[in-house]
Design a protein around this ligand. Structure first.
Ligand SMILES: Cc1cn([C@H]2C[C@H](O)[C@@H](COP(=O)(O)OP(=O)(O)O[C@H]3O[C@H](C)C(=O)[C@H](O)[C@H]3O)O2)c(=O)[nH]c1=O
Length: 343
């Protein structure tokens, strides 16, 4: 297999971090460059096991800074970019939308500009089903790749904007690309601000779990490993310019999820606390991943297996999420790939 250079942005975060591990282990002949700004949701302790590998490199840098990105791309001439780096928490986007526009929109445009100069083989833009807006509770309705974009939150609007920029660079400059739109991910190393890790960590510390509104909102849950295998497949087999939805065939209401976790951990439903609803809270997301299935993808995890494995992981890695909650890992990185500015 020919040696390839793959830039993974956001590789210190949850999904990007799982993808870095997946690629470093699966493809010894690929050099994996993890580029991350190490914001509040990024930590490198998750990569201690691979930091001495020959095919893993780390770059601490800001994707929205063209003065760093352009020379970096000019020098390294990556074969592929897999772009995860993003502000991703909907609640934060409601209180502070500006940083979402800077990272998700401007950051993507800077990466596209840097990519178009170097004859990149492919730019994989990792996006979200939230760009399609919301569905009602009719179980026969699904998002497909042709569903019009109708983002509701500042977060999803920033992701939809970045999707359109990727499309524009494909249409205007011929930059090879795929856009992937995933449903809600869960699994090891998810930052404990999102529903599943928040529920697990609260219950393990005997704190109440806040449920927004009536808890009937529905999400489609996908194990992060299955998301990684989907991106791997799309990277190698995806048709140029195509969009692929990645879903878990697994719709559950928030209340169902929380009660399931409570049952597994042996906690009473008295730990549920109904709190005021999220502003503009999307009712339901559901994906039809048929187009991806045609490429040969199917998820390996059932939700029952995945949630069990995830809860076990949080039980066995209490130190990690407690450290995260206490802000202990902010400055941890031991193998830094020096950016161009430093030579
Ligand atoms: C944190 C929290 C959430 N919720 C509700 C709100 C949602 O209906 C559901 C999941 O919320 P969460 O913030 O975990 O995820 P989403 O807002 O669905 O968005 C997530 O999945 C998509 C695909 C992305 O693209 C986002 O980046 C990702 O954050 O639980 C609660 O009821 N209580 C809570 O404390």
């Amino acid at each position: 297999m020919a040696r390839k250079k793959i830039l993974v942005t956001g590789g210190a975060g949850f999904i990007g971090g799982n993808f870095v591990q997946y690629m470093v282990n699966k493809y010894p002949a690929y050099d994996i460059y993890n580029l991350d700004l190490l914001t509040y949701a990024g930590d490198l302790t998750k990569h201690r096991n691979i930091e001495s590998r020959d095919n893993y490199f780390f770059i601490k840098a800001d994707i929205a800074d063209p003065d760093t990105m352009i020379p970096l791309f000019d020098k390294e001439r990556f074969d592929y970019v897999v772009h995860f780096a993003a502000e991703s928490h909907v609640d934060r986007s409601i209180t502070d939308p500006g940083v979402f526009v800077r990272t998700n929109v401007l950051g993507t445009q800077v990466l596209l500009e840097a990519s178009k100069r170097i004859g990149l083989s492919k730019f994989i833009h990792v996006s979200t089903d939230e760009v399609y807006g919301e569905l009602d509770f009719d179980p026969n309705t699904f998002f497909t790749e042709d569903t019009p974009l109708q983002p509701n939150s500042p977060y999803s609007a920033s992701k939809a904007s970045s999707d359109l920029l990727v499309r524009a660079y494909y249409e205007t400059y011929g930059l090879p690309m795929n856009i992937t739109r995933c449903s809600n991910n869960y699994g090891p190393y998810q930052f404990p601000e999102k529903l599943i890790p928040l529920t697990i960590s609260r219950l393990l510390t005997n704190e109440k779990v806040p449920i927004y509104g009536d808890g009937k909102n529905i999400r489609d849950w996908l194990h992060v490993s299955d998301h990684c295998s989907a991106i791997d497949l799309i990277l190698h087999e995806g048709g140029n310019g195509e969009i692929y939805n990645v879903g878990g065939y697994n719709e559950l209401s928030n209340l169902e999820i929380v009660k399931m976790i409570m049952a597994i951990l042996g906690k009473s439903e008295g730990f549920i606390e109904f709190v005021p609803d999220r502003l503009g809270h999307d009712k339901r997301y559901a994906i039809n991943p048929a187009k991806l299935a045609e490429l040969g993808w199917k998820p390996a995890y059932t939700f029952e297996n995945g949630i069990g494995q995830t809860i076990l992981w949080y039980l066995e890695n209490k130190q990690w999420w407690e450290g995260i909650l206490n802000g202990e890992y902010e400055h941890y990185f031991s193998k830094q790939y020096v950016s161009l500015k430093n030579g």
